[in-house]
Design a protein around this ligand. Structure first.
Ligand code: KG4
Ligand code: ZN
Length: 371
């Protein structure tokens, strides 16, 4: 079975064609256009610009993905959560293709696509597993029990970690989006031959680990962000290169420590509630962070399980994960699916949703039916 998918919920215009055989996914082709240049001057994503860019770019990417490939048997698109303008563009294009080709259309939840993406990379990963979902808009720990069954353990009370990293990078004049730039700057500080362990701890002492003294499963990053904004080196002066690197190091470390702490608390709960130890996985743009992977590897080891990092390009938004989420549903709900066995997508009637929590309703269930 071949699935064509479109992702347009934020500032990445992405298209992928996936081959799915008995639940195993293989990416045949994918194209991704990141709209960073379009939004950079504004220091953040401008929804109207994002929607117009999706409209301009997606029709160019689709023929490139389909070139010299087998025709798709089903079409999928992200239908929420996300910026409504982009969702309308991506889903409408996908629905038009489905109508023109007389193929089913599947409405995919963006968070479910992130949550299932580890199984796109490694089909040996079985349900249930514990997932840390960390991006520019979300921060959650979830037990992923099936393609349409997620139990929420913790979530952010205010900012998402990607949002906090982006804001910190802006305060430190490191550009936008900031997560990857902040990581590079932090590594420069850590690996600098003249910086010793006492320099590292001095830098860290400047910022707290959010919610470290509480027993909550939730996260919070706005206090840490304020602590950085109020730091004398930022408030009263332009920080030197060394100060910038020290603060980038401290900020990143505190964000990642807080995520690792929340993941550990959730992993304990997960292990108590399930018959398995793990594995522990992470998805979403912030999961591309190497320091976070190190900390999560340690957490997993301490709790007799393992952590598996995703390739960076599958952490950030992409269309292959959307195609895979659609494939999971087709496989689980319609095991006998074959191109000759027609199914009709009622994803045509699924509303496009700026907010679509995974736990609100079976996020992915019932979006297709056999005719
Ligand atoms: O999942 P994603 O591509 O889009 C959303 O759905 O939000 O995540 C984007 C976020 C941005 O905030 C970006 O700064 C962050 O992921 N990010 C990183 C890294 N690469 C991207 N954060 C930390 N370390 C990275 N290497
Ligand atoms: Zn995302």
């Amino acid at each position: 079975m071949h699935i064509l998918a479109i992702e347009s919920s934020c500032d990445e215009s992405a298209v992928a064609l996936l081959k799915s055989t008995n639940g195993n996914s293989h990416i045949l082709a994918q194209e991704l256009f990141s709209q960073i240049n379009e939004h950079q001057n504004f220091g953040g994503i401008v929804p109207e610009i994002a929607a117009r860019a999706h409209l301009q770019i997606l029709p160019q990417l689709i023929p490139r993905v389909l070139k010299n490939q087998p025709p798709p048997d089903a079409i999928a698109a992200t239908c929420g959560p996300g910026l409504i303008g982009g969702l309308i563009i991506g889903a409408t294009i996908a629905r038009a293709i489905a109508l023109a080709r007389q193929k089913p259309f599947l409405a995919v939840n963006h968070l479910a696509a992130h949550a299932l993406s580890p199984r796109l990379v490694n089909s040996d990963i079985k349900f249930p597993y514990l997932l840390l979902l960390v991006s520019g808009g979300h921060c959650q720990t979830l037990a992923v029990r099936a393609h349409n069954n997620f139990k929420l353990y913790g979530q952010t009370l205010d900012d998402a970690p990607g949002e906090a990293l982006d804001k910190a990078a802006r305060l430190l004049n490191l550009g936008w989006p900031g997560g990857a730039n902040l990581e590079t700057c932090a590594e420069q500080f850590q690996n600098h031959p003249q910086n010793h362990p006492q320099d590292h701890s001095q830098a860290l002492n400047q910022l707290p680990i959010p919610l470290a003294k509480h027993t909550t499963l939730n996260f919070s990053f706005s206090g840490l962000k304020t602590a950085l904004a109020r730091h004398p080196d930022i408030k009263n002066a332009s920080p030197t290169r060394k100060t910038t690197q020290a603060l980038a190091f401290a900020f990143q470390e505190r964000v990642m420590q807080s995520l690792a702490l929340g993941a550990e608390r959730a992993l304990r709960r997960f292990q108590n509630e399930h018959q398995v130890q793990g594995p522990l996985l992470a998805a979403g743009g912030v999961a591309a962070n190497t320091r976070l992977s190190q900390l999560l590897t340690n957490v997993a080891k301490q709790h007799n399980t393992h952590f598996q990092a995703l390739p960076k390009e599958l952490c950030t938004d992409n269309a292959a994960m959307v195609a895979h989420a659609a494939a999971e549903r087709l496989h689980a709900e319609y095991k006998i699916f074959a191109p000759s066995n027609p199914i009709k997508g009622d994803g045509f009637h699924t509303p496009l949703r700026p907010r679509w929590p995974l736990t609100q309703s079976p996020a992915t269930k019932g979006c297709v039916r056999v005719m």
